[in-house]
Ligand binder design. Sequence first.
Ligand code: IPE
Ligand code: IPE
Ligand code: MG
Length: 246
Amino acid sequence: MGSPLLEQVRRNGPVPRHVAIIMDGNGRWARARGRPRYEGHREGMRSVREAIEGAIEAGVEILTLFAFSHENWQRPAREIRALMNLLVRYAREEGPELERQGVQVHAIGEVDGLPPAAARAVADLVERTRAGARLRLVLALNYGARGEIVRAARRLAERVRCEGLDPAAIDEAAFVAELYTAPWPDPDLLIRTSGEHRLSNFLLWQLAYTELYVTPVLWPDFTREDLFQAILDYQRRERRFGRVPV
Ligand code: IPE
Ligand code: IPE
Ligand code: MG
């Protein structure tokens, strides 16, 4: 509380309902300190807390965090092990606090493809926070957007074969219903940290009309003030959706 940026966000009015974040720059943060990449990931957990608390303070309804991509399996085994251990630790240690804060956790991606201990920890976290009504926290784990789109196409094909779905009846709404993100509206604002201007296979369908915000801040240095700054920037944008200005 008492943040001038937050007060400005509130004065400005509409806050993005759904904010998505590509949490990037952990490795560079560690390297700049001559420390192993793992330590950057560990520090990044604090930023996750900051983002969640900032989202709650600002009144964001849905916060989606890209935590581990399909492509991240190509990293060294040691780093993957460290990331999975951190995920288990996060789920266990933060569970009670998330529950207290009214955060309802969801997971998208091939969660079953995670190592069993990680998959179980995530399932437990989802279960224990089910009653949360203040913020929906969507964790993208073992997630890739192209894989998600192909999966949706496959599921529709199965419905054509098994349920007699008419291919002519497949419209955008039918497609959206088969995406992992079906329960939520598309992100209004996408934040990427560490200065990279790319999507890295994140929510390719859902970001069609999302406002993009890139900050040079490395993820372990990200605070709620950076979130408020991004929201302020968003509030100055004019979203047109292909129409002319009003
Ligand atoms: C983001 O930080 C964390 C994950 C992708 C899991 P990086 O590990 O990608 O950090 P950089 O991009 O190498 O600095
Ligand atoms: C995207 O970051 C994935 C996550 C943040 C989990 P990466 O660091 O893996 O993306 P690239 O390799 O820079 O595109
Ligand atoms: Mg990276």
